[in-house]
Design a protein around this ligand. Structure first.
Ligand SMILES: [Zn+2]
Length: 254
């Protein structure tokens, strides 16, 4: 797993700028004082949007993001696939494919959170092309492609009529957030457990959870407000892939 001589991991440019913008999100930790254990977290939309956006990241982007600042590759053999592409001379690959594999675009539907903007998610909206006959499969949707000039599967004419993806859901401006940005609705508080179960906060849920965690003495509990930035977002992504005690891995020392 160690990576002697491995090329330095290139931080995507958009991640650098995200770090420079340094958006911070406030969250509350419920901590057991005697053990310094984080029992659960309470957080709002921005934080939960960030956690949910983990599901939309391509594997290559995940490997790149979670490798930052580490001296060894943090996940199993999949890292070697990434490293092999990085090391392979471009002359062995189809044109442009090395970049595609090393800087994969997030899935269509990725809604960048303020904490986890990645390459492609905040760039120009993707343009798609359809044929001038609007061909579709019976009972299905219109064919489209990302590659200008691909032949329509039905009429075989080149697909050259451009459609542009709406940029609205990708907006990350906190002050002027359009309705529907991100994944969850505003004004809801969520509970997040150490192993990343996420649900809307309720008194009953918190009692059940404290019971499950065998917490008997309420005076042993303390709430702690902290700010989460881009660095912790990457640490959480890494921890959520490699451990079931993600919150404690990242925040227990806070
Ligand atoms: Zn057609």
């Amino acid at each position: 797993m160690a990576k002697p001589g491995a090329p330095p991991i290139v931080v995507p440019k958009s991640c650098e700028s995200a770090q420079q913008r340094a958006d911070l999100v406030r969250v509350q930790l419920l901590v057991q004082k005697s053990t310094k254990r984080v029992l659960y977290m309470e957080a709002g939309k921005d934080f939960v949007d960030m956690l949910f956006s983990f599901l939309m990241l391509p594997t290559g982007a995940v490997i790149k993001l979670i490798s930052q600042g580490l001296n060894e590759w943090p996940v199993g053999a999949i890292s070697n696939i990434f490293k092999s592409v990085d090391n392979l001379n471009a002359s062995f690959m189809n044109i442009g494919c090395k970049d595609i594999l090393l800087s994969p675009q997030p899935a269509w539907g990725y809604r960048a959170s303020s904490l986890l903007r990645i390459q492609g998610a905040e760039s120009e909206p993707t343009t798609y092309y359809i044929c001038s006959n609007f061909c579709k499969r019976p009972g299905s949707r219109t064919f489209m492609t990302r590659n200008l000039g691909d032949l329509c599967p039905t009429c075989k004419y080149p697909m050259t009529s451009a459609l542009t993806e709406s940029q609205e859901p990708l907006s990350t401006e906190l002050e002027s957030k359009p309705a529907g940005a991100g994944y969850v609705k505003e004004n809801t508080t969520f509970m997040i457990t150490d192993d990343m179960e996420i649900f809307a906060t309720s008194t009953i849920k918190s009692i059940v959870l404290l019971n499950k965690l065998k917490v008997e003495n309420m005076s042993d509990l303390d709430s702690l407000e902290i700010t989460v930035g881009v660095t912790q977002a990457f640490q959480l992504l890494r921890a959520s892939l490699t451990t079931s005690s993600a919150l404690n891995d990242v925040f227990a020392k806070e």
